[in-house]
Write a new protein. Structure first.
Length: 147
């Protein structure tokens, strides 16, 4: 049976709310580490990938290049990331985490793991898996839409 558009809209509203709740949770939990939720997202990307250009990070995260540039500059200024020459493009340097950035991100992940374990105790495993699958299917369906 196909989803009712009203039910789908309710799911979308809940996802938007959860996105903002998660950003607030991240910013509050990491405030003493001088990391915002947006900075954390870039650090997570860099932690799981090779050094990357700002435009490529922006494309991967589906946000503007300018937004990622601001975050990259803030991470570099804080000493959590650094620029590296890009042998394939003279004008677009590669961004990478510094040793301090890797250490800081590991601390963030450790804090998150503890908090997520507490939250997970309040959720049903099968329902959580179903919700995750549904959101993944929704994202895929949105991505398949013709422009």
């Amino acid at each position: 049976m196909h989803a009712d558009p009203k039910t789908l809209y309710r799911l979308i509203v809940e996802i938007r709310g959860a996105f903002h709740d998660l950003a607030e949770f991240s910013s509050t939990a990491n405030a003493d580490l001088a990391i915002t939720a947006a900075m954390r997202a870039v650090m997570e990307y860099l932690d799981g990938n090779d050094p990357e250009t700002v435009p490529n990070i922006a494309r991967a995260k589906n946000v503007s290049r300018q937004h990622i540039q601001q975050l990259a500059d803030a991470l570099v200024e804080a000493g959590f990331a650094k620029w590296k020459d890009n042998p394939r493009h003279k004008r677009s340097a590669l961004l990478m985490l510094t040793a301090e950035g890797k250490k800081r991100f590991a601390e963030i992940r450790k804090r998150e793991a503890k908090a997520l374990a507490e939250i997970a105790r309040k959720l049903d495993q099968a329902e959580t898996q179903s919700a995750s699958d549904t959101v993944a299917t929704l994202r895929s369906a949105i991505g398949e839409r013709p422009d």
